[in-house]
Design a protein around this ligand. Sequence first.
Ligand code: KG4
Ligand code: ZN
Length: 320
Amino acid sequence: MNVLGIETSCDETAAAVVGSRGILADVTVTQAGHAAFGGVVPEIAARGHVELLPSLVRQALAEAGLERPDAVAATTGPGLAGALLVGLSFGQALALGFGVPFVSVNHLEAHLLSAQLENPELEWPFLGLVVSGGHTALYLSAGLGSTRRVAETVDDAAGEAYDKVARMLGLGWPGGPAVDRMAASGDPRAVRFPRPAPGGLDWSFSGLKTAVRQHLSRPDRASDADVCASFQAAVVEVLCDRVVRAARELAVPRVALAGGVAANSELRRVMSSSGLQVFLPARSRCTDNGAMVAYAGRLHALAGHVTEGPAVARPDWELE
Ligand code: KG4
Ligand code: ZN
């Protein structure tokens, strides 16, 4: 079964085809119009999807050598309402036109399952750490459609903290990759930033961001590289600490990483030496992409989970 997957929940417009042999086509455009505003502008994102999606879908089907997929899947939540509506309307109209089933896909489940796309040996149950600009949460995935949240951030997402620190240092947006690069030449022990522990397995990143701001206003402040390395050390330490604890408490020694921050070099290095079985997506597949939607959609279609009647956008769709 060849499934066309459409992703439009934020600022990536993406289309891909996944079949029994894996990824047959995968095209993603990261919209350029947002950087000047220092963040994603929902209206610009939705208009961008309207402009880009038809040609990306045509390209994906051509690359896959398909006139018609066997099902169409689209992200229907969580995400920006207007942006989601573009992808799901387009996807459902295509499915109707082709006379094939339509599958609504949860964006977070797609991120989690995408680890299996590159690592077919990843078996259930596994822990999934989703770390992006909008989400920081740890899930226990016990099977298709059977996932529960084990921990989450009580305030900022990890990627959001990266973006805010980058802004303080004038490093542009999105800031994660810039902070990651700058940290490589800094000393992670230069500044001891706090490691907030709001309780249980949850995270908090807003206090850390405030500590960085306060440090930067000191006359004897560390260099930008040292600040980046020290900030990154604090983020990675608390992320890994909770994952390792959860793995022990739940007796699940497998963890898959997903989301933009999963591309972070220090997070990948520290997680890989945690003693757990760690599944890392290729850096290019950490951020939003169509292949993860096509893959999740394909699994659901094969299990008979198709959407009957009109699909709806669910901007706050929790994965439970
Ligand atoms: O998953 P994603 O593309 O979009 C969502 O937020 O859903 O993630 C983007 C986030 C941004 O906050 C960006 O700064 C962060 O991921 N990011 C990184 C790195 N690459 C991207 N953060 C830390 N280190 C990186 N190498
Ligand atoms: Zn995402």
